[in-house]
Design a protein around this ligand. Sequence first.
Ligand SMILES: Cc1cc2nc3c(=O)[nH]c(=O)nc-3n(C[C@H](O)[C@H](O)[C@H](O)COP(=O)(O)O)c2cc1C
Length: 210
Amino acid sequence: MDLADLRTDYAAGTDAVRETDDPMELFGTWLEQAAAAGVREPNAMALGTIDPDGGPAVRMVLLRQIREGDLVFYTNLESPKALALRRDPRCALTFWWAELERQVRITGRAAVLPRDDAAAYFATRPRGHQIGAWASPQSRPMAERRELETRIAEAEARFEDQDVPLPPNWGGFAVTAITMEFWQGRPSRLHDRILFEREGSRWLGVRLAP
Ligand SMILES: Cc1cc2nc3c(=O)[nH]c(=O)nc-3n(C[C@H](O)[C@H](O)[C@H](O)COP(=O)(O)O)c2cc1C
């Protein structure tokens, strides 16, 4: 499925909901095209979560893998975002690829990745990132920057001459999409918007007004 198909499929001027292919295929194509177009950090996405008090929170994270159709990112498992997702797995992801005038909005549910999977990914990371994951109590207040430097020095000393293992408080989340909306900018603000919604094992698509 590519945008040309979408245009054809949805060009008839109807807003009828219809069954479609898995939109993750289209997402994969758009992600590749964003990288090819020179978008900086095409895998950067805004992650929206629901705070324990019911309020909204949003921050950027990096899409690191697409695993069995789920979108995977990695983080500190004691960070506010991780605590929020463990309490309420509903979340939203948004990508914006300016060079292509494309946005993808996703809503879904996040689940913590099995520890073995996180360990396998962690092992591929540069050593400096691994040490940082041990050293940084993400989002906790710090008295001064030197505190972080001290913690890094401690972690470096602890794992000198050995591989850095997966920290107990570091891991991944896999987001299973429930809705995916593809937005393509077009002249005169007559943008294309196609919304896909998962219904059981099927995906239904509908064109939305821009
Ligand atoms: C482009 C970009 C990518 C980021 N990627 C990640 C990431 O993959 N994982 C992560 O934990 N934080 C990432 N961050 C930092 C987060 O935005 C955030 O500051 C941090 O995770 C703490 O968020 P929290 O307090 O809501 O848990 C990224 C920031 C930017 C600007």
